[in-house]
Design a protein around this ligand. Structure first.
Ligand code: ZN
Length: 275
């Protein structure tokens, strides 16, 4: 999907692990870049400094002190694992988990996260080291949310609200967030990436619109079709939700207004409250 590809038009390749960071200056021009050159001079050579910056990945096992496990090959595994992403993306992950701790503090502290991947050797945001696939969160109270278990489709309304609360926190820090309602590929994880920043809610975004529709249905019994099309019923349901949450300003153009609305959605969701 286009939204999953983000705005990455130039990619660099990293050989090996972070120990090979010195090789990160080896860059290649992504296929198709020549066609995008408006003056037809063929492949674009990037400055060496820009190459290093685009390609440098850091390795981490914890986000701001919270371990991140991998369950895709061994469910319940708690072996620390080396993950990679860019420093800038890691900084956003720190901001994200601090938001999550703060907004879900009623559940206690966050014991661990489970991910399906950050940097992955493939095109798009994962290949750029600027994406996260979130499988599971566990708090010290024993509470969990498990996109891995397709809990967007849980028969338990409290769990669906908790899934949406967790997604709302992702949307505070990442623009392209793809969930179980978005498509079948995302039925078992929440994908977050740096595409399309800054954060805001756009009516012509299928993923944004599906989140809004699922939110209005699960917190306000709006009865909307979750079809990704921002029509008149979605518009009025969204405005009613905004009003009920006491949000003023325009979340379609202002990041701070949208982030504030997302925090309120998250608080309601973690508290299992309608609004
Ligand atoms: Zn992903």
């Amino acid at each position: 999907m286009l939204e999953n590809q983000g705005q990455i038009t130039r990619r660099s390749f990293v050989i090996g692990t972070a120990g090979a960071a010195g090789l990160a200056g080896l860059a290649a021009v992504a296929p198709g870049i020549a066609a995008a050159d408006p003056i037809g001079h063929g492949p674009i050579s990037e400055p060496a400094a820009a190459d290093v910056s685009a390609a440098a990945l850091i390795t981490f096992q914890k986000i701001d002190g919270t371990p991140v496990y991998y369950w895709r090959s061994n469910r319940g595994n708690t072996t620390l694992r080396n993950w990679q992403c860019t420093q800038e993306f890691y900084n956003a992950l720190v901001a994200w988990i601090r938001d999550l701790r703060s907004l879900s503090s009623g559940y206690g502290s966050i014991s661990y996260l489970v991910s399906a991947g950050f940097y992955v050797d493939k095109p798009g945001q994962h290949g750029a080291g600027t994406a996260m696939d979130l499988d599971h969160v566990r708090w010290s109270s024993g509470t969990t949310i498990s996109p891995l278990d397709q809990q967007h489709a849980s028969t338990n309304a409290q769990i669906r609200k908790r899934y949406l609360a967790t997604e709302a926190v992702c949307r505070r820090r990442f623009r392209y967030v793809l969930d179980g309602w978005y498509n079948a590929d995302h039925h078992d994880h929440i994908h977050s990436d740096f595409g399309g920043m800054p954060v805001r809610v756009l009516k012509d975004s299928e993923s944004d619109t599906k989140f809004v529709q699922a939110m209005c249905n699960n917190f306000r019994n709006a009865g909307l079709a979750i079809d990704g099309v921002w029509g008149t019923r979605t518009e009025s349901a969204f405005n009613a939700a905004k009003s009920a949450l006491g949000v003023t300003g325009d979340p379609h153009t202002s990041s701070s207004v949208w982030q504030g609305m997302l925090s309120k959605i998250a608080q309601k969701g973690f508290a299992n409250q309608n609004f």
